[in-house]
Design a protein around this ligand. Structure first.
Ligand code: FCB
Length: 446
């Protein structure tokens, strides 16, 4: 029996833009994702989050689905432009929605884990430079105060940012996510301002509420060289630098990794780093959230030294998900152990783990997803191995409660424990939902 410690938090997760819809209702203004999704060619099939899972209008149904899973916790994010639709303006109707969500969770015995930023920057801030502009970090701390004041009596666990690497690098460095800019120098400035925003928001929340638990969620992924050729090893170190250490080192050690700074000297003078910023960024964390999906293999790319373009290889003969991501649960054990050893001691949560497969509703009205069950089972066992080796892992959240808007991939990639028939908005719990409910009930696997 793979039992988990007493008090281990079992959860599931979503993010505002991926599920809410109601993009123009009750005062919400556009985020960069509304703008990006409306850009021809940006998102597969031209999908947008305008309706998504219509969660905004189906809150009670979805709260009941969460309760049926029997989970301890639900991780969701707040839509910044719903809460602050214009600069400096607070929208009570937006806050009321999240109040209903938090109260509805408590009524069902579920603990809310709030993420303040899961990629949907107000468009009015992008128009002033977005995360490339230092001002955005300050605005983020003000927004954190607004949300905290409204929800603090019902929320103890606060995550500032979800996956700042994705915001900075896919959004500003490679142009694959909103706002669709492809300039490494912009991605570096965005990285810094996101981290600064995290530190300022964490300080603001703690100032008001010393008992609050404040953390950040990173997408972390071990990087191995494709071969033991020194050139491939150097490529792996570059990718690990950009993906993992560029975020972990300032947060935990108060400085940027010297090799990454060197790599980018030709494109940036790093003048955006001001005195005192790194002390703010390194403010103590109550927990670190880890989103783990897959590891990476890096190969040298003669065309240049860009860490990501530097040949991300897929391991041969490894099963993949519908995202084409290789299924390698041992990468989760490796990453958790590394965090403990190199960046700990530190309470950790797996804030996202899950997989997309080509699920379908069968004629009997069931969705049978044995591959997702196998994926989740294997990753929980991998997390259990890390626990057995002393890692301070406090909880695990399945991505995702519902099939939803999978960013640039649109609705074609289904990650939910619950199937969503988008035409009717009917929800059908998949076989994995029943499996997860049993795991939570048993607090482990047999
Ligand atoms: C993560 C995101 C989450 C979801 C999963 C599949 O990078 O945080 O919103 O899209 O990937």
């Amino acid at each position: 029996m793979f039992r988990f410690p007493e008090g281990f938090v079992w959860g599931t997760a979503t993010a505002a833009y991926q599920v809410e819809g109601a993009a123009t209702e009750d005062g919400r203004t556009p985020s960069i994702w509304d703008t990006f999704a409306a850009t021809p060619g940006a998102v597969r099939n031209g999908d947008t989050g305008a309706v998504a899972c219509d969660h905004y209008h189906r809150l009670d149904t979805d709260l009941d689905l969460i309760a049926q899973l029997g989970v301890d916790a639900y991780r969701f994010s707040i839509s910044w432009p719903r809460v602050m639709p214009e600069p400096g303006q607070v929208n009570q109707k937006g806050l009321d929605f999240y109040r209903r969500l938090v109260d509805g969770l408590h009524e069902r015995g579920v603990t809310p884990f709030v993420t303040l930023y899961h990629w949907d920057l107000p468009q009015y801030l992008e128009d002033r430079g977005g995360w490339v502009a230092r001002e955005t970090a300050q605005r983020f701390a003000e927004y954190a105060d607004v949300v905290h004041d409204a929800l603090a009596d019902g929320v103890a666990d606060w995550t500032t940012l979800n996956e700042p690497w994705v915001s900075a690098w896919l959004g500003y460095g490679y142009g694959l996510h909103a706002p669709g800019r492809a300039e490494p120098a912009a991605a570096l400035a965005a990285t810094h301002h996101l981290l600064l925003g995290h530190g300022l928001a964490a300080e603001a929340i703690r100032h008001r509420d010393p008992a609050a638990r404040v953390g950040i969620t990173l997408n972390l992924s071990p990087v191995a060289p494709a071969t033991d050729d020194p050139a491939d090893q150097a490529a792996a170190r570059r990718m690990d630098g950009q993906l993992n250490r560029l975020f972990l080192d300032p947060l935990r050690r108060g400085h940027y990794p010297a090799d990454v700074v060197e790599l980018y000297r030709p494109v940036s003078d790093f003048a955006f780093v001001h005195d005192g910023d790194l002390a703010t960024i390194a403010t103590p964390l109550d927990f670190l959230g880890v989103n783990y999906y897959r590891p990476n293999l890096a190969a040298d790319e003669p065309a240049g030294t860009d860490p990501l373009a530097a040949g991300v290889r897929l391991p041969p003969d490894v099963a993949r998900t519908a995202m084409e991501w290789p299924i390698q649960p041992e990468g989760l054990t490796e990453m958790l152990l590394r965090l403990q050893q190199e960046y700990g001691p530190l309470p950790l949560y797996v804030t996202e783990n899950g997989a997309a497969f080509h699920d379908y509703l069968d004629p009997a009205g069931h969705v049978n997803d044995p591959q997702r069950i196998a994926y989740l089972d294997a990753h929980l066992r991998a997390a259990h191995v890390a626990l057995g080796q002393g890692v301070d892992l406090r909880g695990y959240f399945v991505w995702s409660l519902l099939d939803n808007f999978e960013w640039a991939e649109g609705y074609g990639r289904r990650f939910g424990l619950v199937y969503v028939e988008y035409g009717s908005q009917r929800r059908v719990p998949k076989a994995s939902a029943g499996w997860y409910r049993d795991v939570v009930r048993a607090n482990g696997l047999t």
